[in-house]
Write a protein that binds this ligand. Structure first.
Ligand code: ADP
Length: 265
């Protein structure tokens, strides 16, 4: 077929017979390629702010040494670049921790309403400076679910942060907690949390790729407010660990709705 499948063939002469083993190597080769791409991406993402920092350090030590205005401006840029690197390293650590935990069953009792309120509260300053109001719409009073509290907080932090970043200023972001319902795909009762913004939306051909590491939509908005491109990859891993489902729906010019389904059992 079109796919290049590779086999490793081992020949082991044993007494009178010859034993041939065919082993499909495609998966391991793809994993190797993915790891190489990942390392290349990480290196590139770290290299960019580092190059900028080194350039400014040199300028500050030379030409700009006695220019107070330039010095302040450069220090501002350097601080932003260093913050960007810190965020990248934090996200990489989260991602590796989340991947590590993926085999463990979460076991906290999590009250989603409390968790969502506290996440929204923590994002208040960001929402304010983007002129976005985040509202929590609780459509069902329900008991706690079993999950990993810290990781679920991270899921909703990342999703609400995206809604604030890519939403429209002056418009609302709505976080809804919907009552448990039978979810045929999960074959279980599941609660649904949705995060809806009224931003520019995402072109449909990008949607399937958004949870890939470092995948970013290359548009004006992403360049301007862009994070690390790891946020949704982290979300995806955590939702998988909870045996849940992530659904992204978007309409260009209208906004985006991200739904997280979490099974009750
Ligand atoms: P980033 O750190 O760049 O925000 P994410 O993994 O969280 O990385 O998201 C990947 C990309 O998906 C973003 O760069 C952005 O282009 C797009 N995206 C995510 N959420 C939204 C949203 N609510 N509205 C529009 N685009 C979004």
């Amino acid at each position: 077929g079109a796919r290049d499948t590779r086999y490793r063939v081992s020949v082991a002469p044993a007494e009178a017979d010859i034993v041939l083993t065919f082993e499909d190597q495609t998966a391991t080769q793809e994993a190797g390629q993915m790891r190489r791409d990942f390392v290349a991406n990480v290196s590139h993402e770290l290299r960019t702010p580092l190059t900028a920092l080194l350039g400014f350090i040199e300028t500050l030590g030379g030409a700009a040494r006695d220019d107070a205005v330039a010095r302040d401006r450069f220090l501002g840029i350097m601080s932003r670049e260093a913050t960007r690197m810190t965020r990248l390293v934090d996200d990489l650590l989260s991602l590796s921790r989340v991947e590590e935990d993926e085999r463990l069953r979460p076991k906290d009792q999590v009250d989603l309403e409390t968790l969502l309120s506290s996440v929204i509260k923590g994002l208040e300053p960001q929402a304010q400076s983007a002129d976005v109001t985040v509202t929590l719409d609780v459509q069902s009073q329900m008991g706690p679910i079993t999950g990993d509290a810290g990781q679920l907080a991270q899921v909703f932090t990342n999703l609400i942060e995206n809604a604030i970043k890519y939403g429209a200023s002056g418009k609302a972001v709505t976080v809804s907690l919907l009552p448990p319902q039978m979810n045929t795909r999960l074959r279980s009762e599941a609660v649904e949390v949705t995060v809806t913004d009224q931003g520019d939306g995402i072109e449909s051909h990008h949607i399937a790729r958004l949870t890939e590491r470092f995948y970013r939509v290359d548009n004006h908005r992403s360049r301007e407010v862009g994070g690390t491109g790891l946020g949704l990859a982290i979300v995806k891993h955590i939702v998988n660990r909870h045996r849940g489902r992530l659904v992204i729906e978007s309409s260009l010019g209208k906004g985006t709705k991200v739904s997280v389904f979490l099974p009750l059992s």
